[in-house]
Write a protein that binds this ligand. Structure first.
Ligand SMILES: [Zn+2]
Length: 299
């Protein structure tokens, strides 16, 4: 089905509920395989929902999940969705350096390419952790054959964000001489001087849906593509509870029961819903009309 209207990209970061950053330091990596897996159930729910609406999206898969659920990766690809890379071990880039990051993304990319027989073009960092301090990631991603990155969030946030970054697709490089990479930033709603991160996460689950909707309307009015993001565990009210902080529990477990209905209402809207890989020509053209963004010089 070919639709007209604004370009919208639905992206899913495919990880287990125990991979979340709020569990870092509370749920040890060596205990990951002792927690019940929920990802397959939740991905199947999302595949069903998207299929009902004839939508295809981009699934950024974590290597730790792909290794344990190879058949699920195949089902996602066979349903026509793009398979992209969320790294191997869900480490924020702040905890890695250029060499360990190279090993992390290369292992994940090769695993996904072996499973699907298709090149992996896109990368998204855990918790949007491509920021000025981790700008070396751009060189590594360009050098390891990625076509685009979807990790720079143009907002001010304690854990992530590059508030100076453009809201539209742009070319990014680490410094004046580095290679450039196409960057597709998640949706931001500008309200006066504020940039609100309405692309997913807490703005989607904890607050009224009107925030995301207003962001979508504004992006369409300005001709900006809207990149949205979700996680399979956000649609799973029955997942086991982790020993999180009080804030972590609220942010993680609030609003789960209404997520599926909300996503349904969002994807039911007419728009050109495409995987990022299917919109690359258009995204590159939009990026080429803007100056190259020097990530190391930001902030
Ligand atoms: Zn993640």
């Amino acid at each position: 089905m070919t639709e007209s209207g604004p370009l919208r990209c639905l992206t899913i970061d495919v990880e287990e509920y125990f991979h979340i950053e709020a569990a870092h330091g509370r749920v040890g990596r060596d205990s990951w395989d002792t927690w019940p897996s929920r990802v397959e159930r939740n991905v199947d729910l999302l595949l069903d929902l998207l299929d009902r609406h004839g939508r295809r999206g981009t699934f950024f898969l974590l290597g730790h999940v792909a290794e344990r659920r190879p058949a699920m990766v195949g089902r996602i690809a066979d349903a026509g969705h793009e398979i992209a890379c969320h790294g191997s071990g869900h480490d924020r880039l702040h905890r890695l350096d250029a060499d360990s990051f190279r090993a992390d993304v290369t292992a994940c990319k090769h695993r996904l390419e072996d499973l699907t027989g298709r090149p992996v073009q896109g990368y998204r960092a855990p918790t949007f952790s491509v920021v000025p301090q981790t700008a070396w990631a751009i060189d590594v991603l360009a050098d390891t054959g990625f076509t685009y990155d979807a990790s720079i969030f143009p907002v001010r946030h304690p854990a992530y964000g590059v508030p100076e970054a453009p809201l539209e697709p742009f070319l990014v490089r680490r410094g004046p001489d580095g290679p450039t990479l196409l960057e597709v930033p998640p949706l931001v709603w500008r309200v006066g001087p504020l940039s609100l991160a309405v692309a997913g996460g807490g703005w989607f689950r904890l607050l009224p849906l009107i925030f995301m909707r207003r962001g979508l309307v504004q992006a369409a009015r300005h001709g900006r593509p809207a990149i949205l993001y979700f996680h399979p565990w956000e649609f799973d009210p029955g997942m086991p509870r982790l020993p999180l902080s009080r804030v972590g529990r609220f942010r993680t477990y609030h609003g789960l029961a209404r997520s599926a209905g909300r996503l349904e209402r969002i994807v039911a809207r007419p728009a050109r819903w495409l995987p990022v890989a299917d919109a690359l020509d258009e995204l590159r053209r939009a990026a080429a009309s803007r100056p190259v963004f020097d990530l190391a010089a930001a902030g």
